[in-house]
Design a protein around this ligand. Structure first.
Ligand SMILES: [Zn+2]
Length: 127
């Protein structure tokens, strides 16, 4: 089931290769459940808008962990991968809708990720 969901989300996940290349990946780890490709990266120098405050990012089943990682950030990103499995294919649209109507912290996907992972919301420019 997990592999099936991974394949359904593959087109969206592949767009995550671009930020991985831009951010200077230096380590890789495969998470099995949910399937997640975890890259540690040097910098989100290219980021704009609210992405400037990101310590980590998730695109489909790709997770990017930046240099300023805080406690439970990886757990937070894993929850976004699970959300992507829960709403295969349409998750990016649902997330975008939530983001545009409720903002970063109050959208339901971030609320769930912060609550379940106990990660820290701290919007400080990262570089
Ligand atoms: Zn998040």
């Amino acid at each position: 089931m997990s592999l099936f969901l991974f394949l359904l989300n593959l087109p969206f996940t592949l767009t995550g290769v671009v930020p991985v290349i831009l951010s200077g990946p230096y380590s890789f780890k495969l998470n099995k459940n949910p399937i997640a490709l975890i890259f540690k990266v040097k910098s989100f120098w290219w980021a704009f808008g609210y992405f400037r405050y990101a310590r980590a990012m998730t695109v489909g089943h790709i997770i990017l962990m930046g240099p300023k990682e805080l406690k439970n950030d990886l757990e937070h990103e894993i929850i976004h991968v699970k959300q992507c499995e829960r709403y295969p294919v349409i998750f990016p649209l649902l997330y975008l809708y939530e983001l545009l109507t409720k903002g970063v912290r109050q959208n339901r996907f971030e609320k769930e990720a912060y609550t379940l992972s106990k990660s820290v919301y701290r919007p400080i420019k990262q570089s």
